[in-house]
Design a protein around this ligand. Structure first.
Ligand SMILES: [Zn+2]
Length: 148
């Protein structure tokens, strides 16, 4: 009785491999078969070629259960991917914001340079008028000293 329990435990452990099994614990590659029993006629299953009705230490697993596990695992993976995509989108948006910052700084600097150029030409104009005024004053002083 205890040997039956241990073999069924062993088979349970083998059946607990998630998804569609590829290898038995004995190292043999598992194959897919179609059940020919009346109870499960046409039902697909994976099993180790070394297994038998009596030797239950080798892998046996119904394919429909394996496929359901594959779908469940895929859903979990899909959820993880959705989280990854939303985090990636956040990173892209942050990157785009960082890329825009230097552009706005360049625009600010260009505006400042344009303002400086404007002020410089204004100063040059004032200097020219001061120079003209000074020359005019100099001429008046010269004429005053010459003709007075
Ligand atoms: Zn096996």
């Amino acid at each position: 009785m205890s040997s039956v329990n241990s073999s069924s435990t062993s088979r349970d452990r083998l059946a607990k491999q998630r998804g569609i099994p590829t290898k038995c614990d004995c190292g043999e590659a598992v194959s897919r078969f179609t059940s020919k029993t009346i109870k499960n006629l046409g039902r697909l299953f994976h099993c180790c070629p070394l297994g038998s009705q009596k030797d239950k230490t080798h892998l046996f697993k119904w394919t429909d259960k394996s496929v359901i596990e594959e779908i469940e695992d895929f859903q979990d993976l899909f959820d993880v991917l959705l989280v990854d995509i939303s985090e990636f989108q956040k990173s892209v948006r942050a990157g785009e914001a960082m890329m825009k910052r230097p552009e706005s700084r360049i625009e600010e600097i260009e505006d400042a340079i344009a303002h400086c150029e404007e002020k410089t030409s204004e100063c040059i104009r004032e200097l020219k008028s001061i120079k003209a005024f000074f020359v005019c004053c100099l001429m008046m002083v010269f004429m005053y000293h010459t003709y007075a």
